[in-house]
Write a protein that binds this ligand. Structure first.
Ligand SMILES: [Zn+2]
Length: 499
């Protein structure tokens, strides 16, 4: 059979399995009743096995390899698809099956071990698992490419084309330029808005406000929906079916608002991708970093702007007249942009957030390069928190044990969070040359911003690499200076000016 036709058929079949499995995943995370999980696990186990067999089927692999041999003759899109498929295959086939299965078991066990360790503040009970996870990741990276530094290979897994060299440049810029600035802001006198922020906010009304936001951001309700879940996330099978969740806390109203806006950023990116990629390997956002750039753009650059609250504070006040009594627009702007040195990454504000990521990057880099052992992790973690943020965790649950990523084998993922946020500032800089953002946000014309992002970025899906896209949009390669300038400009105006 014609090679390309066979390739297309394989992809369609694989996508059909992924479609059903991920629909079940959406259901598990939103509405499935407790007692459904046992049978669901069994059924999904059967389908997952089938899927894995399909992906590793010698015929499927053979088709990809044959296409790869004639890569120069293929058109651009097919070239990129085949390269992606080949990379995925090479990542798996070079690992001896026994080792792969052992690793999967290790990751499975490590979830519970980590959860217990975190609950009981017992790092020593987790560190052996962590040491093994690090070793496996290193070994697998070397199977894939024995000539590359394993951390470079791992970084590329989460953000195509990124290496230590670029991340070092990025984080060193943050260290020299941002850390001293953050210290200044942390030391500045600030008004305390905690009473307002942590007041009681009826959850039903929070739901109404988030529902209102869905329209403010021009999310297409015919091709998606919003629900609630414990951990907010975005889910999609195609641009025509994009769903997301937020999380409601009665005494922390900003949780639902900013989680919703963050996920709306991910969701609008997915909705605006061209449907022509649906049956190809070029569907979906191009990378973790680029995805996070969109969620952070909507959450921070739009959602935490003065103009945004100029437009939407009235609606918020209408829902909560008592809680917002005496709260002016300037109060609201300051309240949504509070800065505080805190121990927990996922609760960190826009300004201190990248410093949390720096701690993790430094540690991963040293671990994979054998410069430190897992025994030293808690003390190195605490020292770095003190160095960057001026605070020291009192226990490991609030320190090295706080995130799920490492127990799940995700090493190399963290830096994309900070990178994505930095991309967003660089994209914002380019956008401001063409759009008058404050006006559009204030006049509730976010659809114009969506349109700009669609044409410059979203519609391409993964048909371009993040690096290609960034150059296309901004005219230059990744440059952290835009991010640092954006943060300094915004936060010195809020906290360091004398007015
Ligand atoms: Zn996100």
């Amino acid at each position: 059979m014609d090679l390309e036709k066979k390739f297309r058929e394989d992809i369609k079949k694989i996508k059909a399995y992924v479609y059903v499995l991920s629909l079940a995943g959406w259901d598990s995370n939103t509405e499935a009743p407790r007692n459904s999980f046992r049978r669901r696990g069994e059924m999904l186990g059967v389908l997952s096995k089938e899927l894995f067999a399909l992906q590793t089927n010698p015929n499927t692999i053979n088709t990809v390899n044959k296409l790869y041999d004639q890569i120069d003759m293929l058109d651009d899109h097919l070239q990129r698809e085949v390269r992606k498929a080949k990379k995925d295959i090479d990542k798996i086939v070079n690992i001896p099956e026994e080792e792969y299965l052992e690793y999967r078991r290790l990751i499975n066990d490590s979830q519970l071990v980590w959860e217990d360790a975190k609950k009981n503040d017992d790092y020593p009970s987790f560190k052996e698992n962590l040491a093994k996870i690090v070793e496996f990741n290193k070994k697998f990276a070397l199977y894939y490419n024995k000539d590359a530094n394993p951390y470079d290979t791992l970084l590329d897994d989460y953000e195509e084309g990124m290496t230590m060299k670029e991340y070092d440049m990025f984080f060193n810029a943050l260290k020299t330029d941002l850390v001293p600035f953050v210290k200044k802001v942390l030391d500045a006198k600030k008004r305390d808005y905690s009473k307002f922020i942590n007041n009681n906010y009826d959850v039903k009304k929070q739901e109404q406000f988030c529902d209102y936001l869905v329209d403010v951001f021009n999310f297409n309700r015919e091709s998606g929906l919003m629900k609630k879940s414990v951990h907010p996330f975005t889910w999609n099978t195609s641009p025509e079916d994009v769903r997301f969740t937020t999380k409601y806390l009665e005494n922390y109203v900003f949780s639902s608002i900013f989680a919703a806006i963050h996920e709306l950023g991910h969701a609008i990116y997915e909705q605006q991708i061209s449907t022509k990629y649906d049956d190809t390997l070029l569907s979906g956002g191009t990378s973790m970093g680029m995805h996070e750039s969109q969620s952070r753009f909507y959450e921070n650059i739009i959602g935490r702007s003065y103009e945004f609250w100029d437009a939407h504070l009235p609606k918020f006040k209408e829902l909560y007249p008592e809680q917002t009594q005496g709260i002016t627009l300037s109060d609201m702007y300051r309240a949504v942009n509070q800065v505080e040195a805190s121990l927990i990454r996922i609760e960190a504000d826009e300004l201190t957030y990248p410093l949390h990521i720096m701690v993790r990057y430094d540690i991963e880099r040293m671990l994979i390069n054998d410069e430190i052992t897992v025994d030293e992790l808690p003390s190195i973690w605490n020292d770095k928190m003190e160095e960057y943020l001026g605070i020291r965790p009192e226990n490991d649950s609030e320190g090295v044990l706080q995130d799920v990523h490492w127990s799940d084998g995700m090493i190399g993922y963290f830096p994309t969070y900070a990178l994505g946020t930095a991309y967003s500032a660089q994209i914002y800089h380019a956008m401001r040359k063409e759009l008058i953002l404050p006006k559009l946000i204030k006049e509730n014309q976010i659809d114009k911003i969506n349109e700009w992002l669609k044409e410059k970025l979203h519609k391409y899906g993964s048909s371009k690499t993040p690096k290609e896209l960034l150059v296309m949009i901004t005219g230059e390669e990744f440059n952290p200076k835009y991010y640092i300038e954006y943060l300094k400009d915004k936060y010195s105006k809020i906290f360091l000016s004398r007015s």
